[in-house]
Design a protein around this ligand. Structure first.
Ligand SMILES: [Zn+2]
Ligand SMILES: [Zn+2]
Length: 354
């Protein structure tokens, strides 16, 4: 969670205690309810739908490893009045909703591959976006196999769908939104394949290197001359470098291989052989922070943001650990954290970061 959000919560707690003292309980509860309703009705995140810029929001910068500060993999893009989500890791839906993003406008969910930390919250994204006003089908894009994932989640949520329609009425919870459409996207180990064109937005898919996990892809979003690339999970990838060429923003996964090797050895010394193997296995299909910086420089991107942070370490040493071996060259490099926003207005090279 962003430091500013923690600060906001502390300030809110102080305000609430002060209100209780000055107004009494019932009046204070009334004020809180009104504030929450106002926030639901309008927020800066809601306003992104009306804005002409390309917006990017980090709804999950963690991994499968437990992390108190981060949800698992998720990057949200707003362009042309619609919301697109790349990967839906556990916890990500909550991060997006707490920030006020208009999930009713979700026009597509893009899965990079089918590891659990990238798909685990697909059901909640479907249900919550429906409850928030999505009326049409849920479009889920991914490489071959996406139809199996969609079928399984849809079946798991079938009874919940029935309960909500029966309880709240078909008018409030339109049954058409319970339709999920799986789109198997073509891609190559070469130039990106256009998989979606919607007004000024073009989305392309390209192969990345996550062997032995196949298929695995990354996505590029181009909108009114601005662009963001999301790596998905990959070892350092020349194909990603090709497809990230000249992008404004690269959201790239990272894993610190040297630290994970130490973790593996420590597990072995304590006789925890399962974790010794797992923590060593993961070092061969991810990218180290400095490798990601090399790729960003090769591709000539403007700004590189680290995500999928492995290992998960407490906030105070997190930045130091992930940035200490990075030679950033000509690229702005920064550590991603849940809740970060990027605004890329058309007709400029400005990236507004909050
Ligand atoms: Zn993976
Ligand atoms: Zn992953």
């Amino acid at each position: 969670m962003k430091t500013s959000q923690t600060f906001t919560r502390v300030v809110l707690s102080i305000v609430i205690v002060s209100l209780v003292a000055s107004l009494g309980c019932e009046a204070m509860i009334g004020r809180i309810v009104k504030t929450a309703a106002n926030r639901q009705a309008s927020s800066a995140a809601q306003a992104t739908l009306e804005d002409d810029a390309l917006h990017v929001f980090l709804c999950g910068t963690g991994s499968p490893l437990p992390d108190a500060d981060s949800a698992a993999a998720c990057t949200l893009v707003v362009a042309g009045g619609k919301v697109y989500v790349v990967d839906v890791g556990p916890g990500s839906q909550e991060v997006a909703q707490l920030a006020g993003y208009p999930t009713r406008a979700v026009a597509g969910i893009f899965l990079t591959h089918f590891h659990s930390d990238h798909i685990g919250e697909l059901g909640e994204w479907a249900m919550q976006s429906w409850a928030n006003g999505r009326t049409g089908p849920l479009n889920v894009y991914g490489p071959e196999g996406v139809d199996r994932v969609v079928r399984g989640f849809k079946e798991a949520y079938a009874l919940d769908d029935q309960y909500r329609i029966a309880h709240h009425s078909a008018e409030v919870m339109p049954p058409g939104a319970t339709e999920w459409l799986a789109h198997s996207v073509p891609y190559t180990n070469g130039p990106g394949t256009k998989i979606l064109e919607d007004g000024d937005l073009v989305v392309t898919a390209f192969a990345v290197e996550h062997e032995p996990v196949e298929p695995a892809v990354g996505y590029r979003f181009d909108y009114k001359g601005r662009s963001v690339v999301v790596s998905g999970d990959t070892d350092q990838s020349t194909n990603l470098e090709l497809n990230a060429k000249g992008a404004d923003l690269l959201i790239h996964e990272v894993l610190i291989k040297s630290v994970m090797t130490q973790v593996s050895h420590a597990m072995g010394e304590r006789g925890i052989s399962r974790l010794q193997k797992i923590t060593m296995d993961v070092t061969d299909y991810h990218t180290s922070p400095n490798e990601a910086a090399q790729s960003a420089n090769t591709a000539g991107v403007q700004t590189l943001v680290f995500t999928h942070l492995v290992p998960p370490v407490p906030g105070v040493i997190r930045k130091w650990l992930f940035m200490r071996d990075v030679d950033q060259g000509n690229v702005d490099v920064m550590l991603g954290e849940d809740g970060m926003t990027f605004r890329l207005p058309p007709g400029s090279d400005v990236i507004e970061i909050d």
